[in-house]
Design a protein around this ligand. Structure first.
Ligand SMILES: [Zn+2]
Length: 655
């Protein structure tokens, strides 16, 4: 962009911020920043400002959105800190890998509040120490962003889709200050904002009570479709939070209606699990959905909102999209308010490591599926197919040899949207805490139901966690800063609550020791049988070389699975299989045909080529242990009354 136009754009982005009246969160306190305070350059003179520092002021504009950048102007006024440490985040809550958001800065400049030069020392990739500012720092920057998902910044001609840690700079020491954010859509654009930020009288001006809440509040600025509904709180019918469904999409209005109706069914089916809604600070919860060709598949939880993105169409892909809706909405309780101590307070400057993601993400994943089933939004077959994949991944995953689900949770900084240029061996060393945690949730739910005649369930456990750790923060005006969880739980708490709910500390201790801190797998077949669901072998008696490690042709394209016949025979990544059992092979289906009539334990000769040389080895075939879950009635059986009752209590609607 030519320098002249840039200067004009920056001018358009700023300097108009003078003299606005900001309503502080909570509604009561107003802070007036005098016009002279801005234009004249000195700190605000009013006595009010002395008592209560002015909010950090952000102004975001999008003069040329098609070129995918925004202009930001930030005012830190009444600043005692010198140097003032200005930072851009390197982490975003709900994403566990490090993300260097500062890499997309096009340019950044610092002055005093009056526009005078200041001394700036770059202390780190995303850290500027600003000194000699005389009590106020003014930051202007332009930032590129071209990814529409739950983590990054995405701007184009149709919208600005903002995750705040990827968008805003902030200052150390001012974390408790309120913030005000003014949005300036491009000239002529009919863009509105969907966000959990606190509204003001101006639909393009919002506030946040503190930095944690601000950075937790994504904004979709576009001409989105909006549907709203309210649902009475089962514990207090006078409490009727509003649910907003903001959808930026390319489909029909009727598709939005159908989607919003399904979202409402999910909301209604989720709340009975906890018995009440959280007290959403602004009285509303916002679903921000971007279903666009340019969107990446993602979903991210926030305290009073969620961001859902996919390259999908509302009409065609609804079933797939709703799984993310139910998962993320469950997070309004679990993770956003029932929060592990390892993630609270969240450190925006580094990767946050937690051993509790099996509960925060894994149990949420389990309920994402369960709520869809209970709400009638997923057929039983689809739910069982999902549980089949979950159980199979965990039961047969080589990673279980090395780590528990607690330790897998701590891998998140390496695996959760982390990118690196060196190859990994995660196929052998990692099992997702989403998947394994879901398996633990399923196993614990079925175990609790089995041992109590369906009187005690995982719903009771989640509700008890909510009452101990989530609900206390839910009451607004109780002196708890919004966005801060004051009673996070520890691993010992999670076990103690299970002991209480189950009425059996020995059971809770054993379950944690074997399946959560340990690496054992629950006996799903026995438990599912109580619900009239069979774990049927996929290929009974069949022999197997293990999971297919081939890319194109017979080249082994990734590390062979530890413990698999190919691995134990010494086959490694890069080898090309030439023959099996004396027959030349060119495709993996041909290998399947060659061993079809063999038995587990049989030995087959394998010739492979490695770095130009052919070598022969012998593989001992394993049993194919895959199972598939099927309803007994679909397998020609009948449900007993006890099975029917067990299944209904588990999978039936709770509304
Ligand atoms: Zn999640």
């Amino acid at each position: 962009m030519p320098a002249g136009r840039l200067a004009a754009a920056l001018l358009a982005a700023g300097l108009l911020a003078a003299g606005l009246l900001a309503t502080a969160p909570g509604g009561g306190v107003s802070v007036v920043r005098g016009v002279l305070g801005v234009l004249g350059g000195g700190p605000p003179a009013s006595a009010l400002a002395q008592q209560s520092p002015p909010p950090v002021d952000y102004r975001l504009s999008f003069p040329v959105p098609a070129q995918r950048w925004l202009a930001a102007e930030v005012r830190f006024d009444d600043v005692a800190e010198d140097p003032l440490h200005v930072r851009m985040s390197s982490a975003s809550p709900g994403r566990y890998a490090r993300h260097e958001f500062a890499k997309n800065l096009i340019e950044i400049a610092f002055t005093s509040a009056g526009g005078d030069p200041v001394e700036v020392e770059r202390r780190g990739p995303a850290h500027w120490a600003v000194s000699g500012h005389g009590g106020g720092v003014h930051v202007r920057y332009r930032l590129f962003g071209d990814r529409v998902d739950g983590t990054y910044l995405g701007i184009d001609a149709t919208h600005a889709h903002m995750n705040m840690p990827a968008t805003l700079v902030w200052a150390e020491g001012l974390e408790d200050r309120p913030a005000r954010i003014t949005l300036e859509p491009p000239a002529g654009a009919a863009w509105r904002a969907a966000t959990q930020l606190y509204p003001t009288g101006n639909p393009l001006v919002f506030t946040a009570p503190n930095l944690a809440y601000l950075l937790d509040s994504p904004i979709e600025l576009s001409d989105f479709a909006l549907r709203t509904f309210t649902v009475a709180d089962p514990s207090d019918p006078a409490h009727r939070p509003t649910f907003r469904v903001a959808v930026h999409h390319a489909g029909s209005a009727s598709a939005v209606d159908g989607y919003a109706e399904a979202v409402e069914r999910i909301v209604r089916e989720t709340v009975p699990i906890f018995g009440e809604f959280p007290r959403f600070e602004t009285g509303a919860y916002t679903f921000i959905a971007d279903y666009l060709p340019a969107a990446s598949g993602d979903a991210m939880e926030h305290r009073n909102s969620t961001v859902l993105t996919a390259n999908a169409r509302l009409d065609r892909d609804r079933a797939r999209l709703l799984g993310s809706v139910s998962h993320e909405f469950f997070h309004a309780w679990n993770v956003e308010r029932i929060r592990p101590r390892s993630l609270e307070p969240f450190d925006f400057t580094r990767a946050n490591v937690s051993g509790a993601l099996w509960l925060g993400e894994g149990f949420t994943n389990y309920y994402g599926a369960l709520v869809l089933q209970r709400a009638g939004l997923a057929p039983l077959g689809a739910t069982l197919d999902r549980f089949t994949r979950v159980i199979d991944t965990v039961a047969r995953g080589p990673g279980r040899q090395f780590r528990s689900v607690v330790e897998m949770s701590r891998m998140a900084p390496f695996t959760d949207a982390a990118t690196a240029i060196d190859p990994t061996n995660f196929g052998n060393t990692f099992i997702s805490y989403y998947t394994w945690g879901e398996a633990v949730g399923l196993g614990l739910d079925l175990t609790l139901r089995s041992r109590s005649g369906s009187r005690v369930t995982l719903d009771d456990y989640m509700r008890a966690l909510w009452e101990r750790f989530g609900a206390p923060d839910g009451e607004p005006g109780a002196g708890v800063p919004p966005g801060i969880v004051t009673r996070p739980y520890t691993p010992a708490d999670a076990e103690a609550v299970l002991a209480e709910v189950a009425g059996d500390p020995a059971f809770a201790h054993e379950f944690f020791a074997r399946y959560i801190e340990g690496r054992e797998v629950v006996d799903y077949a026995a438990l599912l049988a109580e619900a009239g669901i069979l774990a049927r072998p996929v290929a009974p008696g069949r022999a197997s070389l293990g999971d297919n490690p081939f890319g194109g042709g017979m080249r082994v394209s990734r590390p062979t699975a530890y413990g698999s016949p190919l691995h134990e025979a010494g086959i490694a990544q890069g080898d090309v299989i030439v023959s099996v059992d004396g027959t030349r092979v060119t495709s993996s289906p041909a290998v399947g045909r060659l061993i079809r009539d063999k038995r587990p334990g049989d030995r087959v000769a394998i010739v492979f080529r490695r770095q130009g040389r052919e070598t022969e080895t012998t593989a001992t075939l394993a049993a194919d242990t895959r199972v598939v879950l099927v309803p007994a009635e679909a397998a020609g059986g009948d449900l007993t009354p006890a099975q029917r009752a067990f299944r209904k209590a588990w999978l039936g609607s709770r509304q």
